[in-house]
Design a protein around this ligand. Sequence first.
Ligand SMILES: [Zn+2]
Ligand SMILES: [Zn+2]
Length: 385
Amino acid sequence: MKTGPTFPIETEALLVPSPGSRFTITPVLIQNLRPDELLVEIQYSGLCHTDFLLRTGHLPNVTYPCIPGHEGSGKILAIGPTVRDRTLSIGDSVLLSFTSCDKCHHCSAQSPTTKCKLMPPLNLSCARHDGTTGYTALDGTPVSGHFFGQSSFAKIAVVHELSIVKLPQVMKEEEMALYAPMGCGYQTGAGTIMNVLKPSKTDKVVIFGMGSVGFAALMAASQILEVETVIAVDLVQGKLTLAREFGATYTINAGTEVKDTVGEIMKITGGKGVDFAVDTTGVGKVVQDMIACLGQGGTAASVGAPPPGVKIEVDAGTFFAMSKKWIGVVEGEVWPVEFIPRLIQAHKEGKFPVDRISKVYPVMDIERAIADMESGKIIKAVVKF
Ligand SMILES: [Zn+2]
Ligand SMILES: [Zn+2]
């Protein structure tokens, strides 16, 4: 006879009590599991900028308190009866990524699922597909969760089946720490380069903002695709020094050394501009610079989320005459189940050395982890649950 878990299940989550408040470790109850969901014991979760937007209250339609987290890694504890991947077993190591509607033509064709018509509401509103939540406080008050189909800032998470990325075997503890950010930050940077822009070895590429997304883009360009000219731009010298070690051929410190970033990129490219540009910062001025430094036929990809209301100025005539393109890319336009194993393989071959950019913090130290990430002391913080 098959027995499932008995609800409610008490666990602990790192929740945001109200917009603008700090993350707080709080006991919560998991009230139920839908047939298309799994329970996952979270081992690690990466910290990503979108979690901070939930904390500051910058995401619309979220009811507080809520549980953030969307770069989880862990082990399967329970499997709902209609979960379609019958190869999944209790105890399997899994990484967690975004969810999608599973019904529109992009979802049906996996073409990719990041173009799902319901991508923003399903992933950012901190609720199940039908708007409900499976979590409450101990007194029964609802707690929002299911962020990106996973809310991985908890010891046990209710995960939608489409957020599950099964790993080829049970992974070691340190691998679960290392690979947790694959499901958002790393696939976003690497997917933008490998799946969307696809530069050839002789194309010229510039990456603005050397956080974890920028480093993933740099590794994909310089080490996986072996692009010969990759320019890294940031404000923190330590990150640029590290970018050189990862294959950046030129670096520009836009904070102190160089006032005219576009002019500097033009100098490096012999006045021609770049073929491909990626912005991970979402800063309006940087997006403008990214479009301005494109050469004939170049494509600029916005990957970092700007705050609400940001406007930019573009010289429309030059944009047209030079046949420039500016695109938005969400989650690298990848299908995580297919793409993440490729990145893990690249890591094993030494071409995606993410072990050199992340640091693990105990969950109690989350505020220190955020401060270290925001000051540029570290590139990627991963919290251990
Ligand atoms: Zn869809
Ligand atoms: Zn993210």
